[in-house]
Design a protein around this ligand. Structure first.
Ligand code: UDP
Ligand code: MG
Length: 330
């Protein structure tokens, strides 16, 4: 039995030695282990630190992406290289406590294919972050057919067959948190209390969070399109009724000069709805456009020498020859 651990890292140089130490500390026993760090186009010393760590320890490996592709794509890159019978993913900043690893494994051994974690509400997190995170899950659940649980991030264990399903998925913009719920299999949840970030600050900017939210909604639901249709129907229904009213005024009264306010309001209202609906359609169309181009979700720039080439790696079809030394060493 082999266990793989995948850790995406974007400018996490200060956290890497500590997370590597703690992960190894908590994964003891009769299993073979590998820890794969994915350097998501970091601009700090992450690549150098990884190079040193991996040179000193044959159980540690790294994959460097050609630029910053985002957390979800970095995770996928890590999954592509992982060769374990199960793969555990966690953040590099130690907010996902490695002390939980034995419990994840125990549930896997007990027969679960997906062991995911849910963080208890952490009052140390900024209020805004907690609030927006909760609002995100509420919106997701209203707008999609998959049930998303608040507080379930990317700290989870996946059995090999689930990893293979993810690898086989042609989605370029794969929203893993939704996909994991969608695939089914035997799932088990573990609750945990998150730790504060070890070093550095969050790499999830508001822009990245919005992008993730939008990707989540448009990946798992066409309900916004139905809502658009519904809004269109309601507005035209109202306009139809208003036409009757206008006709009534015109024919039966001498108040035939209605105020500009009602005209202006209805024009603005209908204009607004139209823009919104066009925007929603545009989001889905844009998704189709990106998917139609068939670009991989990430490109690999370098890996450490000991890491094999995965058979099914979307990033490899494009970059046929991946050098196994970081470019900074050339
Ligand atoms: N991350 C990444 N690429 C990005 C942003 C983040 O690989 O573009 C990684 C980051 O290094 C960390 C994990 O994703 O290991 C979660 O990010 P972070 O801790 O900054 O998010 P937060 O916990 O604040 O939501
Ligand atoms: Mg974090």
């Amino acid at each position: 039995m082999k266990i793989s651990v995948v850790i995406p890292a974007y400018n996490e140089e200060e956290n890497l030695p500590e997370i590597a130490r703690q992960v190894k500390l908590n994964l003891t026993g009769r299993y073979e282990r590998e820890v794969i760090f994915v350097d998501d186009g970091s601009s700090d010393g992450t690549a150098q630190v990884l190079h040193q760590l991996c040179a000193a320890d044959p159980e540690l490996h790294y994959v460097s992406l050609s630029r910053n592709f985002g957390h979800q794509s970095a995770l996928r890159a890590g999954l592509a290289y992982a060769t374990g019978d199960c793969v555990i993913s966690l953040d590099a900043d130690l907010q996902h406590p490695p002390a939980l690893l034995p419990e994840l494994l125990a549930q896997w051994v007990a027969g679960y294919d997906i062991v995911y974690t849910r963080r208890r509400d952490d009052t140390r997190e900024p209020w805004l972050k907690r609030r927006t995170s909760r609002a995100f899950y509420e919106t997701m659940n209203t707008l999609s057919s998959v049930n998303f649980e608040p507080g379930t991030a990317d700290y989870r264990l996946l059995d090999r067959r689930v990893v293979d399903v993810i690898q086989a998925s042609p989605d370029i913009d794969l929203f893993l948190r939704g996909f994991i719920h969608w695939v089914g299999f035997r799932q088990k949840r573990i609750d945990y209390t998150p730790e504060p970030r070890f070093r550095g600050k969050t790499k999830y900017t508001v822009r990245k969070m919005l992008k993730l939210a939008l990707s989540g909604i448009t990946s798992f639901s066409v309900r916004p399109l139905h809502l658009a249709t519904l809004a269109g129907a309601v507005v035209s229904g109202l306009a139809f009724l208003y036409a009757f009213y206008a006709l009534f005024i015109l024919v039966f009264t001498d108040r035939a000069v209605p105020g500009w306010a009602s005209v202006l309001l209805s024009v603005l209202f209908i204009g607004g709805i139209q823009l919104l609906v066009l925007g929603i359609i545009g989001e889905y169309l844009g998704k189709l456009f990106v998917q139609a181009k068939g670009r991989p979700p990430y490109l690999v720039q370098a890996t450490d020498a000991a890491l094999g080439t995965p058979d099914r790696n979307p990033g490899h079809r494009w970059a046929a020859e991946v050098p196994t030394e970081p470019t900074s060493e050339k």
